[in-house]
Design a protein around this ligand. Structure first.
Ligand code: SF4
Length: 383
């Protein structure tokens, strides 16, 4: 999305939010739950909407759950799409087919959260950030979205650099819903526990969920488990056993140990990945306006924090580290060292996808997360 009125891009959207008296949350999964944690006492929530028939009709966290077809949306009500970027592709199509308009009838979780807080309270509240201590991994996934198969070498960050990034980030950002530490495989990185301890101790009161993601093939030492158990952290264990059955034993031991140490964890049963297909995609013939449109149609909603900067699209940033995106130009990043309290709305806009150029260089080689282009592939398929 291209910046036209820096600091005012969401004025109209906030006006619409203010007009609404009640909201439905479309998506009764992890994102819905996270959103509820932040907004339960701030806005009137009428209930969930979910396409999963098994969830419909049953109260979820005290709220009714409806089928979209049964919801009669009043003008004074809105729908907030509380789903991940992959899961929301089809529901967004459903909403549009029903004639609902974005930022009038329905809103996207990341935008709603940040816009609401910066306009109402002058606070910078991010939905999420991706933070990678290293790209080192023991698996060789064909469709790795860190683009590790393309990289000549792994990228390993120093502890002092990680700490400096975290401190700088929280000097600009007041709150974050999901601070996401991943990799590579983060349990292979020697300072991961120290990083989790540091985040929890110094910034835990500003993070709704501190999450560490593992591929489920590494069993941490007793010392690591003990230290993790003292932190307010949630571990996401990706379940790739179908693709890598040779790690079944490690997976079972990991789960047993997480239970033994009473560490909060969640097994993520991944049905499919999306292939962004950089080796098969070439949009270099698109005009500037077409590239801006491609970026704004992409449901990609994550950014990476690295070296004092936010990167407009985390996949473009990973591709640059892997050496397949060329140099990222300065318009693709927000330098946190340039932040001042007068620039809160600009920072929020950048985090929500705005930039001067309106797209990243890697958008020319990337299919993006769009309803037309998605090609689902087997998760963790090994090379
Ligand atoms: S098209 Fe690809 S590079 Fe561009 S924003 Fe979407 S995921 Fe990122």
């Amino acid at each position: 999305m291209k910046w036209k009125t820096e600091g005012h891009e969401f004025d109209k959207m906030y006006h619409e939010i203010e007009r609404k008296h009640a909201f439905f949350l479309f998506g009764a999964g992890d994102y819905g739950h996270q959103f509820l944690n932040v907004f339960r006492d701030r806005i009137k929530i009428k209930g969930y909407i979910d396409n999963d028939k098994e969830k419909q009709g049953e109260p979820i966290e005290g709220y009714p759950c409806y089928d979209l077809e049964k919801v009669k949306l009043l003008d004074s009500e809105g729908i907030i799409v509380t789903m991940s970027q992959i899961a929301r592709v089809q529901p967004l199509k459903q909403l549009r087919e029903k004639g609902y308009r974005k930022n009038k009838d329905f809103f996207i979780i990341e935008e709603f959260l940040s816009v609401y807080f910066v306009y109402k309270y002058n606070k910078v509240y991010f939905s999420s950030i991706s933070f990678l201590p290293s790209t080192v991994c023991n698996l060789k996934c064909r469709y790795c979205l860190n683009f590790n198969p393309f990289a000549k070498e792994y990228y390993i960050r120093k502890w002092d650099d990680l700490k400096a990034d975290v401190d700088l980030f929280f000097s600009c950002v007041d709150y974050i819903m999901l601070f996401h530490v991943s990799g590579g495989e983060p349990l292979l990185y020697k300072h991961t526990v120290k990083l989790i301890e540091y985040l929890d101790e110094y910034y835990g009161n500003r993070i709704t969920t501190l999450r560490l993601v593992t591929n489920g093939t590494i069993v941490p030492t007793e010392d690591v488990l003990e230290r993790l158990s003292r932190c307010n952290v949630q571990i996401t264990v990706d379940d790739y056993r179908k693709a890598v059955p040779q790690y079944d034993d490690q997976f079972d031991i990991l789960i047993k140990n997480l239970n033994k140490y009473k560490i909060d964890y969640y097994v993520n049963k991944v049905d499919s990945w999306i292939d962004l297909a950089p080796e098969k995609t070439d949009y270099s013939n698109l005009t500037e306006n077409e590239l801006i449109l491609h970026r704004s149609r992409c449901n990609q909603s994550w950014q990476e924090l690295r070296d004092g900067k936010l990167y407009n699209c985390n996949y473009a940033a990973y591709a640059a580290v892997a050496g397949i995106a060329g140099e990222q130009d300065s318009e693709e990043v927000f330098k946190l060292t340039d932040f001042s309290k007068e620039k809160k709305k600009e920072l929020v806009e950048f985090r929500l996808g705005y930039s001067k150029k309106g797209y990243t260089n890697f958008c020319k080689k990337c299919r993006g997360f769009t309803s037309e282009n998605n090609e689902k592939v087997e998760p963790a398929l090994q090379i």
